[in-house]
Design a protein around this ligand. Structure first.
Ligand code: 8IG
Length: 277
């Protein structure tokens, strides 16, 4: 898609922050919740988490909310839910993530995060399924994101918008997570554009520049969240060993399988972390 087409057809065109405000107003109206406290983006394998976090009070189909569209991938959920947690927090659960590889532009990728900020969320919990570079991390291992490497060659920020990304992934919330489960490990997440997985050579490159995890999401969203003033917590589920780390080729089925197997455990973990925020 050319840039011109993107500009002419996209509702986020005029002002992405205005589009986010309109989406937030729609969500407030339809969920009957004026302000949400925490936003969750659920990636591959994390779909079950919302049910354990609390009671879902409203479910919207993503494509009815201004600026959102239905997800492109099997195993991703196309809903936006309002969840009341046991301690009375309002969580906005975004099951409808737009990936950069969908070609809808970076504004579309971060629209959910900006909408969450406009809806009042002070915290972003971002999850994903990813490839692991550490052979000791078996598929099904959750890993806290301590930092990222953005390999997309783009940014959600436009113009002279200089944002400090030191401690982008809140060390405060990572410490809370380790109170829940002291065995949790931390890693650096590298966002590739996808949709192809890496070659073994690219995986070795990622390893040498300091990555522990490779995926196709999260970094751009985390940047937009920090720019919007949110505290960011990121957690990955290693669903497969990255290409060449394991002798077995990667498959989407393997990814879904690891999600199903680890689903209950990581969902409980996430619910306990959110209860402590
Ligand atoms: I799930 O191995 C999942 N997403 N880039 N590489 C990249 N993205 C992924 C991978 C992986 N596994």
């Amino acid at each position: 898609m050319s840039n011109t087409e993107f500009r002419n057809t996209d509702p986020l065109n005029a002002d992405p922050f205005d589009a986010a405000r309109r989406a937030a107003e729609y969500i407030a109206q339809e969920t009957d919740v004026d302000r949400h406290d925490v936003a969750l983006v659920l990636g591959s394998g994390w779909g079950g988490a919302a049910d354990l976090i609390g009671h879902t009070t409203a479910t919207l189909s993503a494509d009815e909310v201004p600026g959102f569209s239905a997800p492109a991938v099997e195993g991703h959920v196309g809903t936006i839910r309002s969840v009341l947690t046991r301690d009375g927090k309002r969580a906005l659960v975004l099951g409808a993530r737009t990936h950069y590889y969908e070609g809808k532009g970076v504004r579309a990728v971060v629209h959910g995060v900006r909408t969450a900020a406009a809806a009042g969320c002070k915290t972003l919990v971002v999850t994903n399924g990813c490839g692991g570079l550490n052979e000791n991390w078996a598929p099904g291992t959750p890993v806290l994101i301590k930092d990222h490497i953005n390999l997309t060659a783009t940014s959600p920020l436009e113009g002279a918008t200089f944002v400090d990304l030191t401690d982008l992934y809140s060390s405060r919330i990572r410490a809370l997570a380790r109170e829940v489960d002291p065995s949790l490990e931390e890693g650096v997440y590298a966002q590739f554009t996808g949709p192809h997985y890496e070659t073994p050579a690219e995986v070795q490159y990622a390893k040498r520049i300091g990555a522990d995890l490779v995926g196709m999401s999260t970094a751009l969203e985390a940047i937009a969240a920090r720019h919007a003033g949110m505290e960011v917590f990121g957690i990955s589920l290693v669903t497969n060993l990255a290409a060449g780390i394991s002798p077995v080729p990667l498959s989407h089925e393997e990814v879904l399988e690891a999600g199903h197997t680890a689903g209950a455990r990581i969902s409980k973990l996430l619910a306990e972390i959110i209860a402590r925020l």
